[in-house]
Design a protein around this ligand. Structure first.
Ligand code: GLN
Length: 280
């Protein structure tokens, strides 16, 4: 069986993020995004923002982000219909740095990737993993977080490691690296793609699949919400998350990277992650 190895990009690209940042700057990035509604952000003067005036975006004066708000804690929809999460807050902070108004468009994960590729959105943020295949069709910012593909099983499952997944039925979210890796390793016949990670987990609870392969942070949330499930200690793959833009949109990419760098330097990124993911 082909072994999954880490897909880590060069560590020089990685913005070091501690999951235990202080809360000093969280106020600057309040998440009030709602699907297809503009989020007001006061223009901030910053180096990144100085160049923003010349930025051409999909909707003038706005930074349009496509996402799939079914991926807690990176993006999720609250009971009152608001979008919140790490990506929403980071996007709001980036937009503020660039002097643009953030607009978030919620759609399926594969559609969110395509929207950025086809210039329907300025960028996709959806806990998107940088992969060689995706790099052929879109460009990525510097990495702003790390992800791990985890395996969720029932508490009494005989599956104890990635090798035990052979000949089992695996649930994943459609279009995700979980789906891509599992179908490469175990064959399409052994992987069922679901609309969302949550529906894949529900299929596991109902006994329709034997395991779910999904990113670690949502995995923890889904396991917490569904008694009788556990996450295996052995990770399936390690990944980097980044912001995806249309191939060749260097101007926007440079502006985003400049904003990310400033947000890392002033502690905002760490504070956002710390707000949603508590250190263990
Ligand atoms: N990190 C995974 C990927 O990029 C899953 C992302 C998601 O489901 N939102 O494919």
């Amino acid at each position: 069986m082909k072994k999954i190895t880490a897909l880590m990009l060069s560590s020089a690209m990685m913005l070091s993020l501690a999951a235990c940042g202080g809360s000093a700057s969280t106020d600057a990035v309040s998440s009030e995004a709602a699907s297809s509604e503009a989020v007001s952000s006061e223009a901030a003067t910053s180096e990144a923002g100085a160049e923003a005036a010349e930025l051409t975006t999909v909707n003038a004066g706005k930074l349009t982000m496509s996402t799939n708000a079914e991926f807690p804690p990176y993006e999720t929809t609250t009971d009152s219909g608001e979008l919140e999460g790490i990506d929403i807050d980071v996007a709001a902070a980036v937009a503020e740095k660039l002097g643009l108004e953030l607009q978030v468009d919620d759609m399926d994960f594969d559609a969110a990737l395509l929207a950025a590729q086809n210039g329907k959105s300025d960028m996709v943020m959806a806990g998107v993993t940088v992969t060689d295949e995706r790099l052929k069709v879109m460009d990525f910012s510097d990495t702003y977080a790390e992800g791990i593909q985890s395996i969720i099983v029932k508490e009494d499952s005989p599956i104890a490691s990635p090798d035990d997944l052979a000949d089992k039925m695996i649930g994943t979210q459609r279009g995700t690296t979980g789906y891509i890796y599992c179908s490469d390793d175990f064959g399409d016949d052994h992987v069922t793609p679901y609309d969302s990670g949550l529906t894949a987990v529900q299929a596991l609870v109902n006994g329709q699949v034997d395991a779910v392969v999904i990113d670690n942070a949502p995995a923890k949330e889904f396991v917490k919400a569904n008694p009788g499930l556990k996450i295996l200690d052995t990770a399936y793959a390690q990944e980097d998350y980044a912001i995806g833009v249309a191939k060749g949109n260097t101007e926007l990419l440079n502006a985003i990277n400049g904003a990310l760098e400033e947000l890392e330097a002033d502690g905002t990124l760490q504070a956002i992650v710390g707000k949603y993911i508590t250190a263990e």
